[in-house]
Design a protein around this ligand. Structure first.
Ligand code: ZN
Length: 668
């Protein structure tokens, strides 16, 4: 299971009522991407020890950067080192169109941690000729290329160009195409020389029938067939990715020395033990300590965690987020957490699939101080961990809303014209401006804090029963839980929303996004692959079809432009409830066939006419549909070798940050 929430389309490109901030949030735009910065308000108010803790954990967050490149595709690191070398040492003209196009490619490569699009997972290409690329290589410092022994520059150059330019070479990062062998068809570096069937058999052989506390098999390893036998290459010191993990551990050790309390110290040391041994039982023990640590002000994620990128849904990509609590905004999530049992009891799912007793829902709003690995530069806006079902059931989960990230998105997307273009009624635009941000934040809180944590599996149901359909179904379940309750009178009663008009704004934007605006992220002729996009279309399309007779959602064409308008929000809430009940049943019973049918019927295929129209209307607005973030820097202020303070600064040159990380934080 994977529990990370990304900004929905409307969050990445919306327009809303929050106040304008003078800080330059947006620093770059290229391809379909905008680069932003986030502020770290409240850093100055941390104690010196807390500041040091943030500093050490941030260093650890940077040290795993190479890992994610290599996990995404086994040649990515060599390519990145080559691109960095060209950018730094190329002796030719840097002012012409070719060089600019080359730089767009490099920036995209850095952004995606490799040459597959971070969202669609399709391979992308430089818009320069192979000849020009050869010129770039020839006129750069030869010593800076990662040539293997007895390889000359020409050979190297040819290999590199084939890797980058050949359309049939590693075309897809993670393939979800159910027609093909998704293990073979995926470029991700989790498997070598094995078929999907072999992986499935191997995974089965690793499961022990009645284990109530199963470890996350395969989470931290690559499965390789060598000389006819399957073996796991484990990520650990002395194992795969050892040199990078050693650096991470070095900084974690320093962090442990300034931990805020004994529990935090214990959990950091447990994580270090995991990195030294690769033992998944230790990983679980770490997660239990981590989920129980509610006292610490500074907190972090660091490890092989989310399994979205593995077509088989087992291998964890490396990521890190360093943060501290936003005490004021956390009051909102505390109300939600305090009422978790009420939500579980009143959820529209079958009694058998509900938890009698909701344990340890903890939720907080955080201020992000550093992003790393799979969370950088493309950052989620909310995270709910740990992922192991049995730990969640027994010890609860920790859920965070990353509000300084959402805030930066909001600031950048002001007045971009989306509402004018895609919203039909002026009244709906007004609702969106007035309540968009509030409703968006609350949706994230409900999704993370309650949605993922709700419900339970029937006894005997395996947590990986839904296989490659698990991620979109899990995201749909969490979204539906949030959507269903947003329209409940309980919201104004608890003071979470001023009134139900705010919920209307959330419904309008969800449907608009799921049926239309998110399609602007998909290239013509392509299907939807990404889990969150699949879940959003699944929900919106299913609701559209279900409410067709009563005209709950109306498709209006005016002046050649298509709009989707919600006419009956109360009825739509019921429909959301019905789908939530069905998806919970699918998860609780492990009904693979039903899950597959829902996804394949509603979530994958794109309406070609609507798609074309959405792309055309969107293009005129000149908005980059995706966003990501540069990290702030932390500088130590030392006197006589003693750290007196830590200062935060906000660099604004994306290229410099990437080159800097490539130089100082590359260990593989
Ligand atoms: Zn989620």
């Amino acid at each position: 299971m994977s529990n990370k929430l990304y900004a929905s389309y409307d969050q990445e490109v919306n327009e809303n009522g929050s106040e304008k901030n003078d800080f330059a949030f947006k620093v770059d735009q290229f391809g379909d991407i905008k680069i932003m910065r986030y502020q770290v308000p409240g850093f100055e108010d941390l104690s010196l020890n807390q500041k040091k803790l943030v500093y050490y954990l941030s260093q650890a967050a940077r040290c795993g950067r190479d890992i994610i490149f290599d996990q995404n595709m086994k040649h990515n690191l060599d390519i990145r080192k080559s691109l960095d070398n060209i950018v730094e040492t190329y002796q030719g003209d840097r002012q012409n169109d070719d060089f600019n196009s080359f730089m767009v490619y490099v920036k995209r490569f850095w952004f995606s941690n490799g040459f597959h699009h971070h969202y669609s997972s399709d391979k992308f290409f430089p818009e320069v000729s192979e000849e020009y690329f050869k010129e770039l290589i020839k006129n750069s410092d030869k010593a800076g290329f990662p040539l293997s022994k007895d390889e000359d520059l020409d050979e190297f150059s040819n290999t590199l160009i084939k890797l980058i330019f050949d359309k049939d070479y590693y075309p897809k990062g993670t393939s979800q195409d159910s027609e093909s062998d998704i293990v073979k068809a995926s470029a991700v570096n989790f498997y070598e020389n094995v078929t999907k069937e072999e992986v499935e058999q191997y995974n089965k052989s690793q499961q022990h029938g009645n284990d109530e506390t199963p470890v996350s098999h395969g989470l931290n390893s690559k499965l390789v067939k060598e000389n006819g036998t399957l073996q796991e290459w484990v990520y650990k010191i002395g194992g795969l990715y050892g040199p990078a993990i050693k650096e991470i551990v070095k900084w974690l050790e320093k962090a442990s020395g300034v931990a805020e309390n004994q529990n935090q110290k214990n959990l950091i040391e447990k994580l270090i033990a995991f990195y030294k041994t690769g033992d998944l039982k230790t990983w679980d023990e770490y997660n239990i300590l981590w989920v129980n640590d509610l006292q610490s002000h500074v907190d972090f994620i660091n490890g092989f965690i989310e399994t979205y990128s593995d077509p088989m849904g087992l291998k964890g990509t490396w990521e890190s987020v360093v943060n501290f609590k936003n005490v004021e905004a956390t009051k909102r999530t505390e109300i939600i957490a305090e009422n978790a049992q009420w939500f579980e009891d009143y959820s529209p799912v079958d009694q058998r699939f509900k938890k009698d007793k909701v344990t340890g829902v903890s939720a907080k709003v955080i201020t992000v101080a550093q992003l790393g690995g799979d969370c950088y530069p493309s950052s989620p806006i909310g995270i709910n961990l740990p992922n192991a079902d049995w730990i969640r059931k027994e010890y609860g989960s920790k859920s965070v809303t990353m509000e300084n990230i959402t805030y930066a998105y909001d600031q950048v997307s002001k007045g971009n014209g989306m509402l004018e273009e895609f919203v039909y009624h002026e009244e709906d635009r007004r609702l969106s401006r007035q309540y968009g941000t509030l409703a968006g934040n609350l949706h994230t809180d409900l999704h993370e804090c309650l949605g993922h944590g709700s419900g339970q599996l029937l006894e005997g149901t395996s947590s990986d029963a839904l296989e490659n359909y698990a991620s979109p179904l899990e995201e749909a379940r969490a979204d539906l839980f949030a959507l269903y309750f947003m329209m409940d009178d309980k919201m104004p009663e608890l003071g979470l929303l001023p009134n139900l008009d705010a919920a209307k704004a959330a419904y309008n934007s969800y449907i608009r996004n799921g049926l239309m605006t998110q399609l602007t992220r998909i290239e013509p002729g392509k299907n939807i692959e990404q889990a969150h996009m699949r879940n959003r279309q699944l929900i919106a399309k299913w609701a559209f079809e279900k409410g067709q007779q009563e005209n709950v959602i109306e498709q209006i064409v005016d002046n050649g432009k298509t709009y989707f308008v919600v006419n009956d929000h109360k009825k739509l809430q019921e429909i959301f409830g019905e789908l939530l009940a069905e998806i919970q049943r699918i998860k609780s019973e492990g009904d693979y066939e039903a899950g597959k049918n829902l996804i394949e019927k509603y979530a994958v295929k794109v309406d070609p006419e609507i798609h074309k129209e959405a792309l055309m209307r969107f293009k005129k607005l000149n908005i980059a549909p995706y966003g990501g973030f540069m990290n702030p820097d932390f500088k130590l202020k030392e006197e006589n070798g003693e750290i007196k303070d830590v200062e935060v600064t906000y660099p604004s040159d994306y290229t410099q940050q990437m080159l800097h990380y490539g130089k100082e934080y590359s260990f593989l």
